[in-house]
Design a protein around this ligand. Structure first.
Ligand code: SF4
Length: 293
């Protein structure tokens, strides 16, 4: 039996950079706060916690003074930076450059077109979306689906943006609806702001899933990028299992399997996929597993 880890799965550059910044600070200081989970992966968070990283929520952030806080790749709204300044907090800004670029574009449109409505295709309440909505003083409308997009006031000029991890198909459906239904003289403009590190992964991971008898998808259950990629695997292979760690692997999943593929989200560390591969090797020892790590 072959066990293969998908070479393209694992951290994107935004997450890699945020973790490297945290590691640098921890090596120098031994202690650092991070606003929210640095990555939607519990095992990687545990590893960094052991190094001295303390992940805090906004309520705790509000109590801090003269501390050092890392802002993760998802980004934060302007109010967080203002609060940090007022409380003497030193910000280590690890906002992904792709997210930062999107925040700036939204702010520019908001400043230049106060009469228009800004619509963000994204998950309500998601940290990145809160950071995007913050660029518009909270005025942007968030839609999670084409059904919600149908509720938009079509008599107002509309600018559509997307959370970086949304699906390209979902965005295209909304673009098509708004292009054909906007009521002139209102105008419709959109920007495809989906991160290609995620969108580009879809076809690759589908091919990988199709290529194996059984697929083990390793990712935190809170990762939205993880959900999109897991669904892509499931479209091509019914025998796909979403786990967070090797302890969830079950022997019966590998019955009559000659090849097992292991893949994950952009928030899944490589070491975790390797740990799952080793565990599958132990479970299926009688099948003489060959590791392709
Ligand atoms: S998925 Fe893309 S936008 Fe999001 S953190 Fe990674 S590189 Fe940045």
């Amino acid at each position: 039996m072959k066990i293969e880890i998908d070479a393209d799965s694992g951290f994107c550059f935004g997450v890699t950079t945020a973790i490297e910044k945290a590691e640098e600070e921890l090596a120098a200081d031994g202690r650092l706060y991070c606003l929210g989970d640095i990555v939607h992966n519990g095992r990687e968070c545990d590893r960094l916690r052991e190094m001295g990283l303390e992940m805090i929520d906004h309520a705790t952030f509000g109590q801090l003074h003269n501390a050092k806080v890392l802002l993760r790749a998802h980004g934060e709204p302007p109010a967080t930076y203002a609060q940090a300044q007022a409380q003497g907090i030193t910000v280590i800004d690890a906002t992904c450059p792709v997210v930062l670029g999107l925040q700036r574009r939204i702010k520019k449109v908001y400043d230049e077109h106060p009469e228009a409505q800004i619509v963000i295709y994204g998950k309500p309440g998601h940290a990145e979306v809160l950071g995007l909505v913050g660029q518009t003083d909270g005025h942007a409308i968030v839609v999670a689906s084409i059904e919600e997009a149908r509720q938009i006031d079509l008599r107002r000029s509309t600018y559509l943006f997307s959370q970086t991890t949304q699906s390209v198909e979902g965005l295209h459906a909304i673009v098509e609806y708004l292009t054909t239904h906007i009521q002139p003289p209102a105008e419709f403009h959109y920007a495809d702001t989906i991160c290609r590190r995620v969108a580009g992964r879809l076809s690759g991971i589908e091919a990988f899933a199709q290529h194996h008898d059984v697929v083990i998808f390793v990712a935190g259950k809170k990762s939205s990028n993880g959900r999109v990629l897991f669904e892509a695997c499931r479209r091509r292979n019914e025998r796909v299992h979403h786990i967070e760690d090797a302890g969830e692997l079950q022997e019966e999943w590998f019955a009559e399997a000659d090849s097992v593929g292991i893949c994950g989200a952009t928030s899944t560390p490589k070491w975790l996929m390797e740990r799952c591969a080793r565990r599958i090797g132990e479970i299926c020892a009688d099948k003489h597993p060959q590791m392709m790590l």
